[in-house]
Design a protein. Structure first.
Ligand code: SF4
Length: 221
């Protein structure tokens, strides 16, 4: 026989209104975080396994695929080895090895910065782009999302975006957001774009790229 025991805190209900005590609130948050962690961990694991298998066909390890994908999405302020290390949360040594393989295999090409010859920029080659098209998004994710109603698909995306933002803000992490959502992004009367931080002009396509200097919180000057 299963016995169900209900534990009700003395101040849980008052005048028909639920009053969640601070202790209950903390416990609920902890339970939600644990549940969320378990879901995210499982999803990450399944996605990573799928990316690993597909990447191996092209001789790529998951970290190399991640670096390649980042470089395909970032702007020209963010395509340096230091920025790749920042984004992936890896050491400079690990990133250096990862990028070395990508360059050697022709997925990425190096160029020297015109203003500062100590700075190296990394660009995805047509070969790298072709491989990325095969790997991202991974098939396991696409087929899973196809099983959800279209409206829910959008909801999942928006909620995950909110969670990512909250997590980055709560922990003081760089947002690496898209340029057009940055407080420094300016669209002039003639339609041309400019970065208020560097005072340099931006191309139309830059608006959709991610940037290591992205800031959605500071008050625009
Ligand atoms: S506007 Fe913001 S995101 Fe865009 S290039 Fe400038 S700092 Fe980066």
């Amino acid at each position: 026989m299963v016995m169900v025991v209900r534990i009700q805190e003395p101040n849980a209900w008052r005048d028909g209104v639920s009053i969640v005590s601070p202790l209950t609130g903390c416990l609920l948050k902890a339970m939600n975080s644990t549940r969320l962690y378990e879901h995210i961990e499982r999803i990450s694991n399944l996605v990573r396994t799928s990316v690993r298998k597909a990447g191996l066909i092209h001789g790529l390890q998951p970290v190399q695929t991640e670096a390649l994908h980042y470089l395909s999405r970032c702007n020209h302020y963010s395509n340096t080895p230091v920025a790749v290390a920042d984004y992936l949360g890896l050491t400079k040594g690990t990133v250096s090895q990862t990028l070395g393989v990508l360059v050697q295999d022709g997925f990425v090409k190096k160029t020297i910065d015109l203003k500062d010859r100590r700075v190296v920029h990394l660009q995805v080659t047509p070969r790298g782009e072709k491989v990325l098209n095969d790997l991202v998004p991974p098939q396991i994710l696409t087929s899973g999302l196809e099983n959800l109603p279209a409206a829910m698909n959008d909801q999942v995306g928006s909620l995950l975006e909110l969670l990512l933002l909250a997590l980055q803000q709560a922990n003081g992490l760089k947002s690496f957001g898209t340029c057009k959502t940055c407080c420094h992004h300016r669209v002039q009367e003639n339609g041309l774009r400019m970065c208020g931080l560097t005072q340099e002009m931006l191309a139309e396509a830059d608006g959709e790229k991610i940037c290591r200097e992205h800031d959605s919180t500071a008050v625009a000057a």
